[in-house]
Design a binder for this molecule. Structure first.
Ligand code: COA
Length: 537
């Protein structure tokens, strides 16, 4: 028995280590677009890759928590399939010990221009900053809108103008918006300089103008250099559109830090306990989670790898065994921060009893103003007449209502199937979790490939029968395989990560650190009062 378990653990670990190597490769492509040639081109322009600047910007010896690194791959935009990293680096780091949201255009990716995915990523980071009360630093070097797609990036809400709308509103709330311009900021892009609370420009490197020299020549006949039109000297000494003149990237980074050095220290809005390591190593998760996505899991064992002292104080542990415990609920601490947990267990199908327990727990944690961690591994709510008649729809809806209305910070971590309405009840993207993390075991889609193939095949079979042209066995098989591949492909963390359906694909070994950071940041803003509306009982 022990030998079998150990062999299984070894297989699991090997499998997930290989999967995470694929993640490493994808991340490498995001971090080094254009390879060494692009870095050499930057050097010729007197610039360094933006992550080097970010590392100098944050407090020495601290980590930069970079978000959504695999955004933008395989997007299939006109003439551009991949936009590595979405063309903009976003993430959270500490400046003078205060968590700060940092943005940086990567000029190696089509001159840092904004594609639809670039906007989505930029605005997701702004939304986190606004909700959690973080100051923002923008390292700006962008050609503005990606012009071949202007209709998809310029005119609408959540398009280009929304970035500046967000800056204005955050600054009105007292959240500092600091721009360091390291390169071109043309047309709409110029507003990132002019909308900032304070902006810094670098001599001979940074430009900011509503129309660049070619447009000015066309419109007015004036012939003028970029430097004379809207360089650092012009805006810091003449127009007053920028506030600080620097002569190098190093000096400019130092100036951003200086501007933020007297900010009020942040404080978490919850009682923090002493931090204690888990008694089970976090990386034991590699042994625990089966390679088969639909194989059952022991989520209590996973919690032991994440929680301080591996302590899980469980709610209603003995309630409705085999049905109620497909969700476990309770409290843990991560790096001293207490939180409520709602976690899928076993195969994760949500029965009435599990849904009711989860709803109760969400309400209790909201009353206590304790944040919530959702660990998602659920292929859906239980179907069938027994379940329907017991009120599965009603109790599932209660869970969705509780998740929607809870005022406490909510974070979702997906470690397996994430399908159908279980995605709602377990705080999927539409329920606006403060952070949403995937792992290489996540599969987010309306249903699994196998279920989708079954449903769609039965529809197709009926249609073909009506037409008097029934499907052959080979056609049925080919149809099913095509659907399975499509659905499984679209559920994959790479597909979802490319489209920003997660804030990061975490390695199992990173989960504890990332959850600690994400809860700490989410707990900086005051927690609202509980208010849930109309449950059905
Ligand atoms: N839309 C689409 N593509 C753009 C672009 C834009 N706004 N700006 C630059 N690009 C593309 C270039 O065509 C080039 O593509 P390629 O690598 O396939 O050849 C790539 O981005 C790099 O541009 P390049 O001009 O070589 O970079 P640079 O570092 O020398 O100059 C800028 C950067 C931003 C100063 C310069 O590209 C520029 O002035 N762009 C136009 C800016 C503009 O007018 N924007 C208005 C939109 S609101």
């Amino acid at each position: 028995m022990t030998a079998t378990v150990t062999a299984q653990a070894v297989d699991n670990r090997t499998f997930w280590t290989n999967e995470e190597q694929k993640l490493d490769q994808q991340v490498h492509a995001a971090l080094f677009p254009g390879g060494q040639t692009a870095i050499d081109r930057l050097a010729k322009q007197g610039k360094r890759p933006v992550r080097d600047l970010i590392n100098e910007l944050i407090d020495p010896g601290t980590a930069f928590y970079e978000l959504s690194r695999i955004a933008g791959f395989g997007m299939g935009y006109p003439g551009v399939d991949d936009v590595p990293c979405g063309g903009v680096v976003t993430g959270i780091g500490k400046i003078y010990n205060n968590w700060t949201m940092i943005f940086a255009n990567d000029s190696r990716v089509k001159a840092g221009t904004y594609f639809p995915i670039t906007l989505k990523k930029h605005m997701r980071a702004q939304a986190i900053a606004e909700r959690c009360g973080l100051n923002c630093v923008y390292i700006a070097d962008s050609g503005g809108a990606f012009l071949p797609m202007q209709a998809d990036v310029f005119p609408d809400d959540q398009h280009f103008g929304s970035m500046f709308f967000n800056m204005a509103r955050m600054s009105a709330k007292g959240l500092k918006q600091i721009t360091l311009s390291t390169g071109g900021n043309t047309a709409g892009g110029a507003y990132i300089v002019f909308m900032a609370c304070q902006s810094i420009m670098i001599d001979q490197k940074a430009f900011s103008f509503l129309g660049g020299p070619p447009l000015v020549k066309m419109a007015t006949g004036e012939v003028i250099s970029a430097e004379d039109l809207g360089g650092a000297r012009v805006h810091t000494q003449v127009s007053g559109g920028a506030d600080h003149f620097c002569t190098s990237q190093e000096e400019a980074i130092g100036r951003v830090r200086e501007i933020l050095c007297l900010e009020k220290p942040q404080q978490v809005q919850i009682q923090r306990f002493e931090e204690r390591p888990p008694t089970v190593p976090t990386d034991h998760i590699y042994d625990l989670l089966p390679a088969g996505i639909h194989q059952g899991i022991d989520v209590r064992a996973v919690l032991q790898c994440l929680a301080d002292d591996s302590m899980f104080s469980e709610y209603k542990r003995d309630y409705a065994p085999g049905r109620g415990d497909n969700i476990v609920a309770g409290k843990i601490r991560i790096k001293g921060l207490p939180m409520g947990v709602i976690a899928s267990n076993g195969v994760g199908i949500i029965f009435v009893e599990a849904a009711r327990k989860a709803t109760e727990w969400i309400v209790r944690c909201s009353q206590e103003k304790i944040p919530l961690l959702f660990i998602q591994n659920a292929p859906g709510y239980m179907v069938g007449s027994e379940s329907e008649h017991m009120g599965m729809g009603k109790y599932g809806a209660d869970m969705v209502r509780a998740v929607s209305c809870a005022q406490v910070p909510r974070i979702q971590l997906v470690i397996g199937p994430d399908n159908g309405a279980a995605n709602y009840g377990m705080c999927g993207r539409a329920y606006r979790p403060h952070f949403l993390f995937h792992t290489m075991r996540s599969r987010t889609s309306v249903m699994s490939g196998r279920s989708a193939a079954g449903v769609l095949l039965s529809i197709e079979e009926r249609k073909r029968e009506v037409k008097g042209n029934p499907m052959s066995d080979e056609e049925k098989q080919a149809f099913s395989e095509k659907m399975i591949n499509k659905y499984d492909g679209e559920a994959h963390p790479f597909y979802c990560g490319a489209r920003l359906l997660s804030d990061r694909v975490l390695k199992f070994g990173e989960i504890r650190d990332w959850l600690a950071m994400a809860f700490e940041v989410s707990l900086l803003a005051p927690i609202g009062e509980p208010s849930f509306g109309n449950f059905r009982f």
